[in-house]
Design a protein around this ligand. Structure first.
Ligand code: ZN
Length: 170
């Protein structure tokens, strides 16, 4: 059973490796990440969030109507200049929400869990979610992309998460 790494868990900041082995273990891991994501009511999850420093993400915007997307080695190859600001949360930052600007449309290149090349264009919430999850692979958090003013107001909540982690450790 996988468990979720909550900020400031060091796994969230570990550099990620490109995936080169498309085996049963990878498919199994993808399936387990989806299970955890559905269970925790998220719409996206990146491997660093479960303590694995590899380039794998899963997304499903509508768990009621499951259409899971598993992407290996995903890259945002192009993004629209036009941006949209909307509220985001993250399973690794419980109870924190912030308004984050993101490109409205992105072109993504990735591979499936069996190694096939995938390329597609996404917009709206899917584009937002893809940018958020790919950021995790670069060890960038959504709160890093908030405005200076928003960052300031998020500070107490982040301090609280760090204190909670300290309390568990001691
Ligand atoms: Zn996240």
């Amino acid at each position: 059973m996988l468990s979720l790494c909550v900020y400031p868990h060091p796994a969230l900041l570990a550099p990620t490796q490109k995936i080169t082995q498309f085996d049963a273990a990878l498919q199994q891991l993808g399936a387990e990440m989806l299970t955890l994501m559905y269970k925790t009511k998220g719409v996206g999850l990146a491997a660093p969030q479960i303590g694995r420093s590899i380039r794998l993400i899963v997304i499903d915007l509508d768990p009621e109507n499951p259409q899971p997307l598993l992407l290996v080695n995903p890259e945002i190859v192009e993004k629209s200049r036009e941006k949209e600001i909307d509220e985001e949360g993250c399973l690794s930052f419980p109870e924190i929400r912030a308004r984050i600007p993101r490109a409205k449309q992105v072109n993504v290149a990735a591979q499936s869990v069996t190694g096939e090349k995938i390329e597609f264009t996404a917009d709206g919430l899917l584009a937002r979610c893809l940018q958020h999850e790919v950021d995790h692979l670069e060890n960038i958090f959504f709160v890093d992309r908030a405005s200076v003013a928003a960052k300031l107001s998020l500070k107490p909540a982040l301090v609280k998460l760090r204190e909670r982690a300290e309390a568990i450790k001691n």
